[in-house]
Design a protein around this ligand. Sequence first.
Ligand SMILES: NC(=O)c1ccc[n+]([C@@H]2O[C@H](COP(=O)([O-])OP(=O)(O)OC[C@H]3O[C@@H](n4cnc5c(N)ncnc54)[C@H](OP(=O)(O)O)[C@@H]3O)[C@@H](O)[C@H]2O)c1
Length: 320
Amino acid sequence: MRAIVISGCCRADQLQVSDIPIPQVKPGWVLVKIYAAGLNHSESLLRTHEADNDYINTPIVPGIECVGEIADASDSQFGVGNRVIALMGGMGRSFNGSYAEYALLPEKNVFKVSTHLNWLALAAVPETYFTAFGSLTEGLLIQAGDVLLVRGATSTVGQAAIQLGKALGATVIAAARRESSFAELQSIGADHCIVDDGRISKTTSPIRPNKVLELIGPKTLRDSLLTVTHPGYVCQTGLLGNVFTVPQFDAIKYIPNGVFLTGFFSNFPTQAIMDRLFEVIEQKRISPLYKRVFTLDQIVEAHTLLEKGGAGGKIILKIH
Ligand SMILES: NC(=O)c1ccc[n+]([C@@H]2O[C@H](COP(=O)([O-])OP(=O)(O)OC[C@H]3O[C@@H](n4cnc5c(N)ncnc54)[C@H](OP(=O)(O)O)[C@@H]3O)[C@@H](O)[C@H]2O)c1
């Protein structure tokens, strides 16, 4: 089969298509014929910084998510031809991932889906929409009538959170670095847009959120905790600000009284939460957002764009 394989850290222009055997199934693992795969910032980090570390099982096929059909169900509850999505759990890091025509994946990271979406739109969903949906539903216990502030709203997770937040009945405030992003954020569904100067708690906006999806991370986290009404919820999901931890975290002094701080990690998807996500996508006729589509032969162009962060939304690899 055709696949992208990396043996260590490399430049985007060193990526190329290789011919490797289609993997053989084993108990607990299923073979997925991949139709399309979303690209993620983490694969750029893998290629530029992580691939030389012992915890990456090189040579490896990158790719942490995909959509496709079961080609061999092995001993699983799946049937051949089932339409599935798959993500995380070590995919593209501990075992071969989705930059390939087929992937052998642990049954627990593969989920059946019933949807009207075509392969490309479906490929925008697994990691991005699961992260946004999990953050909103498990991290923020989102309910109709909430006022949700999405910080880092121009990111792909941010855009998905705007769509899903609206679908779940919230009023959505989108915070972005530049006013020039506002028109696009409103076209996705944002009710209000604000420029994020890192001090949103100091603004005198008449609408205060009771829920914040924090995608910038520890750089603005304290400001988010000071921004919400009481009771209020802040879910720490993203790290766009490139600050990864809160130094000398003292929960008593850091988290204001009456505010709930939660986190969300996309490493633990389940069929139950995927079913709820697709129920919302289907009922509200959400069109998952993606910006660019490339083939395996165009991997250099795709990864160059991914590394530069210039797509302004999800990049998809069309494989079959
Ligand atoms: N917790 C989890 O399990 C999980 C899962 C998936 C993703 N994530 C994290 O969630 C975040 C979003 O991921 P993504 O894949 O959606 O990112 P992405 O699409 O690559 O987002 C990039 C965009 O974010 C905006 N941005 C970058 N730095 C910013 C900053 N300091 N302040 C405001 N906006 C900034 C930029 O848009 P503009 O140039 O238009 O401002 C940039 O184009 C990332 O930190 C990612 O690591 C976490």
